[in-house]
Unconditional design. Structure first.
Length: 387
C-alpha cells in the first residue's frame, strides 16, 4: 500500500542524481569492494573520517550493519562470556542479541520517563556489570550526561546505540558524543540509508581493534594488502561495508545537516497543524530531535492498534515502535530463564502504547496537512498527560 509518509529516508527518485557524486564515481569505475585501486579514495574511508568528526570521535570503522557494530563494540571493550551488560529495556531486540552474541548477559535498564532511562541500577548496583548500552529512540536523543557520570564513577564503559538518532541532540550534546563507542546503522529506515551497513566511532585505539575484527583480523599495508604475519593481526571476521553502500552513505552524510533542518521544519509544521490540544510525546530537548519521527502515546494497546488502523485507512503510516521490551520475547525467556534481574515494569507498560509517525524531509506541505488531519481525527486514542 502506498502511504503519504513512508519510513524510508532515502528515495533516489526524489534526489538530484547529479548530487550523488560518490555514488556515481563508484558506479563509473565499477570498484564495489572496500579497497579500491587507482586515484579514487575509498568512499568507506571518506565516510569513516567524516562521521568520526561529526560525532566528535577520533576514528570510525564502517561495518556490515548496526547489530554487527554493537557486537564489535562490546568485544573491543573486552565484554565477554558471563559479563552483565545493562541495556535499555525499551529498545530493538537486536541490542540485547548483540550482548548475547559475545556470551554476555543483557540486563534490562527500565525507563524513568517515557523516553529516558531510569538510572537507579547505576546509582546503587546490586551486582557488578561490564558495560552500559543506552539506546536512542526514533530521532529522539536520550540525555546521557548522568549515565556517563555514573559509568565513570563505576569504571565501566558506555556504548550508545544511535542507530535511530543520528544527528539528534539532547541538553547533554549530540547523541553518541559521550560514549566510549557510538554505533549507528544505515538500514533502510535510518536517517542515512544504504539498505544495510553500520559504523562504530570512538577512540583511535578502540576503532583500530574494531576495524581488524571486521576485516578478517588483518593489518592493512599500503595499497590495502592484508598482512596476517604482523604481530598486531588477530582472528577476525569479514564484516566490511561494501564500497557501493559507503558511497551512498557519504553522499547523504555531506547533506545531513540540511536534511535535519528540513525534517525539523516538517515536524514543526505538523505540530502547528495539530494544534495545542493534540498531545505529542516529546524528548527532554525537542528542538534537538532529528525529527525523523513524531511520537504519540496511546491510552492502551487496543487504542494503539485502532489509531494505527485509522491512520492507515487515510494513507498515513503510524506504528507501535516496539510492542514489547526485549526480555518479554520468548527467545530471551528460553535463553535466559534464570537470569537474575528485575522486570522493567514501566518500559513494559509503555512499550505497546508508544506510537511513531514518520516525518521525513520528503513530506510536502500537502502531505503534512493530510498527516495532521488523520491524527486529529483519531486523537481520542491518545493520552493527554506527559508520562
Amino acid at each position: 500500500m502506498t502511504v503519504i509518509n513512508p519510513h524510508q529516508f532515502f528515495d533516489l527518485s526524489q534526489e538530484d542524481p547529479q548530487s550523488l557524486s560518490h555514488f556515481r564515481a563508484t558506479l563509473a569505475d565499477g570498484q564495489l569492494f572496500r579497497y579500491v585501486e587507482g586515484d579514487r579514495e575509498s568512499a568507506g574511508t571518506l565516510a569513516e573520517r567524516h562521521l568520526a568528526g561529526y560525532l566528535g570521535k577520533e576514528a570510525a570503522a564502517a561495518v556490515a550493519n548496526g547489530t554487527v557494530g554493537l557486537r564489535l563494540a562490546l568485544r573491543a571493550l573486552g565484554v565477554g562470556p558471563g559479563d552483565r551488560v545493562l541495556v535499555s529495556a525499551y529498545s530493538f531486540i537486536a541490542c540485547a542479541m548483540a550482548v548475547c552474541a559475545v556470551g554476555a548477559v543483557p540486563v534490562p535498564l527500565d525507563l524513568g520517563s517515557a523516553l529516558t532511562p531510569d538510572t537507579t541500577a547505576l546509582e546503587s548496583p546490586e551486582e557488578p556489570f561490564a558495560a552500559v548500552l543506552i539506546v536512542h529512540v526514533q530521532g529522539h536523543a536520550v540525555p546521557v550526561g548522568r549515565v556517563r557520570e555514573l559509568c565513570d564513577r563505576l569504571g565501566v564503559p558506555l556504548v550508545e546505540d544511535i542507530c535511530q538518532a543520528l544527528g539528534a541532540e539532547s541538553a547533554d550534546g549530540r547523541a553518541g558524543a559521550l560514549a566510549d563507542l557510538a554505533v549507528t546503522s544505515f538500514q533502510q529506515s535510518k536517517q542515512i540509508s544504504s539498505g544495510e551497513g553500520g559504523l562504530v566511532a570512538g577512540s583511535a585505539a578502540l576503532i583500530e581493534h574494531v576495524y581488524r575484527m571486521a576485516d578478517l583480523g588483518a593489518v592493512r599495508r599500503e595499497g590495502g594488502l592484508p598482512d596476517w604475519d604482523d604481530e598486531r593481526a588477530l582472528v577476525g571476521e569479514n564484516l566490511r561495508m561494501t564500497e557501493l553502500q559507503a558511497s551512498l552513505v557519504m553522499d547523504q552524510a555531506l547533506v545531513l545537516d540540511r536534511t535535519l533542518v528540513r525534517q525539523r521544519s516538517r515536524r514543526t509544521r505538523l505540530r502547528e497543524e495539530l494544534g495545542p490540544d493534540v498531545p505529542v510525546l516529546d524528548s527532554t530537548h525537542p528542538d534537538g530531535d532529528a525529527a525523523s519521527h513524531t511520537l504519540f502515546l496511546a491510552r492502551g494497546a487496543d487504542d494503539a492498534a485502532e489509531f494505527c488502523a485509522g491512520l492507515a485507512a487515510r494513507g498515513v503510516l503510524a506504528r507501535v515502535v516496539w510492542k514489547k521490551t526485549y526480555p518479554e520475547y520468548g527467545v530471551f525467556r528460553r535463553l535466559l530463564p534464570s537470569a537474575p534481574h528485575p522486570r522493567p515494569r514501566k518500559a513494559e507498560a509503555l512499550a505497546p502504547r508508544i506510537l511513531s509517525v514518520p516525518t521525513s524531509k520528503y513530506l510536502t506541505d500537502t502531505a503534512v496537512s493530510q498527516v495532521a488531519e488523520a491524527v486529529v481525527a483519531h486523537r481520542r486514542h491518545l493520552v493527554e498527560e506527559r508520562v
